[in-house]
Design a protein around this ligand. Structure first.
Ligand SMILES: NC(=O)c1ccc[n+]([C@@H]2O[C@H](COP(=O)([O-])OP(=O)(O)OC[C@H]3O[C@@H](n4cnc5c(N)ncnc54)[C@H](OP(=O)(O)O)[C@@H]3O)[C@@H](O)[C@H]2O)c1
Length: 315
């Protein structure tokens, strides 16, 4: 059995990628900083080793990728705990991963970046993601076949995006909303996971970068209104100006939990929408948000319970 090293496999997207790879009969090695925090559903996957490891240590990283048929890197952060974290995780770690692949003779590397990553992007997050992509592409010169994915915001049962708005809506009758006109094209987590798992053995994806988006574009305010409607909550959404959005982010950045940072606001200055259709090699069309989100976010009514039964029964 082939083994793939799934770096960042303990996260939201990682758990779905792990399950998609397992169904293809692939064995997995998943490093994590804290094994006891990892969701049980990951540990019980067949042929999967979840190993507590410090992947910032070159020797440890080398041991993790050694003998693997491919490496997939999903590590990422949305907020910096200390200055330089974005560079360390999004740019330096990919370089170390490339070095580890080269020394261990791993010739397939798949990397998840972010939509609109660019060296001249307004946010540190997007600039550091662009640096990471550059490190990955440079690996092609060493005979490593690379594929980069750039997803828009990802939704799914345990996402940190729509669920966050659902939580905020449950706490307050008024929602002051920063960047209400920021545009997104949310993509379903299982679609992203299937595309990543599907490209592992597909030679046409080598050396390519793919954008991943869902079928529809929404403004942030529309997404929050949609979540409120699904939860059956009648909320007043207060759209904030650009200046007030920055001020709100400055305030939230200093609270524990960092719901939003000034860098997030900077990221939202760029439309998070795709310039091209969902990649053809995947062989399927991406799921609409309206088909998946009600199944996990809708207020439980008799009708929604019946809908759930219908979906489970495939009707
Ligand atoms: N979710 C989205 O909407 C979205 C949109 C666009 C792009 N992406 C990209 O997709 C990838 C996966 O996102 P996700 O939502 O699954 O993220 P996530 O749930 O936050 O998981 C992040 C993963 O990165 C690892 N990680 C974080 N900081 C680390 C550090 N300092 N050292 C070592 N490992 C570290 C974590 O491993 P531990 O087990 O060690 O904590 C975890 O497995 C990321 O690259 C992200 O930027 C996500």
């Amino acid at each position: 059995m082939r083994t793939i090293c799934l770096i960042g496999g303990s996260g939201f997207l990682g758990r779905h990628v792990a399950s998609a790879l397992c169904t293809r009969g692939i064995g997995l090695r998943i490093p994590t900083r804290r094994r006891e925090r990892v969701k049980p559903e990951l540990i019980v996957l067949p042929n999967t080793e979840v190993i507590e490891a410090d992947i910032t240590n070159a020797k440890v990283l080398g041991e993790m990728v050694a003998g693997c048929a491919a490496v997939i890197n999903l590590t990422g952060i949305l907020h910096e705990r200390s200055e330089g974290d974005f560079r360390r995780i999004h740019a330096e770690l990919p370089r170390r991963i490339v070095d580890a692949c080269r020394s261990s003779g791993v010739s397939r590397l798949i990397h998840v970046s972010a939509l609109k990553a660019s060296h001249d992007a307004p946010s540190k997050y997007l600039r550091s993601k662009a640096e990471g992509e550059q490190q990955i592409r440079a690996a092609e010169a060493n005979g490593i076949n690379t594929t980069i994915f750039r997803p828009s915001v990802i939704f799914g049962r345990d996402d940190a995006f729509l669920n966050l708005f659902a939580k905020l809506a449950s706490l307050s009758p008024i929602i002051p909303l920063g960047c209400p006109n920021a545009r997104f094209q949310p993509v379903f987590v299982d679609d992203v996971a299937r595309a990543i798992a599907g490209c592992v053995d597909d030679p046409q994806t080598a050396g390519r970068t793919y954008e991943l988006c869902g079928p529809k574009t929404y403004r942030l305010q529309e997404l929050v209104e949609y979540v409120c409607a699904l939860r059956g909550l009648n909320r007043v959404i207060l759209p904030l100006s650009a200046r007030m959005s920055r001020l709100q982010a400055w305030f939230l950045e200093h609270l524990p939990g960092q719901l939003m940072t000034q860098d997030n606001v900077q990221s939202m200055q760029v439309d998070n929408v795709c310039d091209c259709p969902f990649p053809e090699f995947a062989g399927f069309e991406p799921m609409a948000m309206e088909a998946a989100v009600p199944l996990y976010l809708a207020k439980r009514t008799l009708a929604s319970r019946l809908d759930r039964f219908r979906v489970r029964a495939g009707r």
